[in-house]
Design a protein around this ligand. Structure first.
Ligand SMILES: *Cc1c(COP(=O)(O)O)cnc(C)c1O
Length: 350
């Protein structure tokens, strides 16, 4: 059957999500999920009816949270579907290209490959910022420039002046897609205010991380109405199941947002605990992180990753040599992980 698949798909290596990699253990710090398992009330009625394509209550709730007009919001199955919609709507297969800056999130490349859209890469600079001159030289046929901030997996945020410069550079040529999946952990860094000035800006958001709803599959694209209208042409007719909208609206209610704020604070404190503890281990470098995770460089990242895995502590290896990404989970998970890593290096020394 494989032979019947499109050539591009035959050659495709699917995204190795944390979930697909698997593992066995009781500490899961590999997928940047929230440690909080919040409860929701479900009204399971009207399931005989199709859902609205863009439920008003959900769109209004997120617009209110993001501080934009409702006509600037599109909801989809996670931010991942937002990535896909942008590529499908704006890139001609075999003609146009996307550009992104590794090391970064893997789905831009995979979605583009799936639709036969060329991928251009301009690596981040040594301090993981945008290489603007190199981007400027590589904009030929590029319709979408993906920028992840806070960047996954490095954890840093991109300089605002660079983002503005990129928006200027790409004006009337390409769309800058800011992936703000982790922005709720540092809202002051959001580019949402730039929407007023730049019609070529699109922002991806999600309930998967700070709102602790990775299993719900609910994300958003924020952009000017004209861009949103283009995406609405390609989105499926019923992308948001009724129970999903129902739960998402609860998460975005005043009470839901108060709880989110508290949980973001707690996760941030746990991240600081992990960072302080790990930086005291000789030979270990912890990079500052603005999301709910830290990138950590070890003397031998693969050995550490594997030893933790065998001990039931599941972390995420990264494309950066010797670096491992660790989600800030509950305090107990962070303590267990820190103790394990300390002992691992202690036993190597003695
Ligand atoms: C988790 C993540 C996403 C995907 O979010 P979903 O809403 O769960 O699809 C997108 N971008 C980045 C950088 C992520 O880490």
């Amino acid at each position: 059957m494989e032979k019947l698949a499109r050539k591009q798909i035959q050659a495709l290596t699917p995204y190795l999500s944390a979930r697909r990699i698997g593992g066995e253990g009781d500490v899961w710090l590999n997928a940047n999920e929230s440690p909080f398992d919040n409860e929701y009330q479900l009204t399971l009625s009207q399931l005989n009816r199709y859902s609205d394509c863009q439920p008003d209550s959900l769109i209004n709730a997120y617009a209110n949270y993001a501080g934009v007009n409702a006509d600037h919001v599109l909801t989809s199955r996670g931010a991942d579907e937002g990535i896909e919609l942008l590529i499908r709507a704006f890139c001609e297969a075999g003609e146009d290209a996307i550009l992104y800056c590794p090391p970064t999130y893997g789905m831009y490349a995979i979605s583009a490959e799936t639709f036969g859209v060329e991928r251009k890469t301009v690596p981040l600079t040594a301090d993981w910022q945008l290489d603007l001159p190199a981007i400027a030289e590589n904009l030929d046929r590029v319709k979408l420039v993906f920028v992840c901030s806070p960047n996954n997996p490095t954890g840093n945020v991109m300089k605002r002046s660079d983002i503005v410069e990129l928006l200027e550079m790409t004006k009337d040529r390409a769309i800058v897609v800011m992936d703000e999946a982790y922005i709720d952990f540092c809202l002051e860094e959001s580019c949402v205010d730039l929407l007023a000035q730049y019609p070529n800006l699109a922002i991806l958001r999600t309930l998967s991380k700070a709102f602790a709803l990775a299993g719900l599959r609910c994300g958003f694209t924020l952009a000017n109405p004209e861009l949103i209208q283009v995406l609405l042409k390609v989105i499926a007719p019923y992308p948001v199941p009724v129970p999903v909208a129902d739960i998402a609206v609860q998460a975005l209610s005043e009470a839901g947002r108060a709880r989110q704020k508290y949980q973001v604070l707690e996760i941030t404190v746990n991240r600081a605990y992990l960072q302080a503890g790990l930086s005291q281990i000789p030979g270990v470098t912890v990079y500052d992180g603005w999301g709910n995770y830290l990138l950590v460089r070890f003397p031998d990242g693969d050995a550490l990753f594997k030893a933790a895995w065998d001990a039931g502590i599941i972390l995420r290896n990264s494309p950066i040599e010797n670096a491992v990404r660790i989600s800030a989970g509950s305090r107990a998970e962070c303590e267990k992980t820190l103790t394990f890593i300390r002992n691992f290096y202690q036993s190597l020394i003695s």
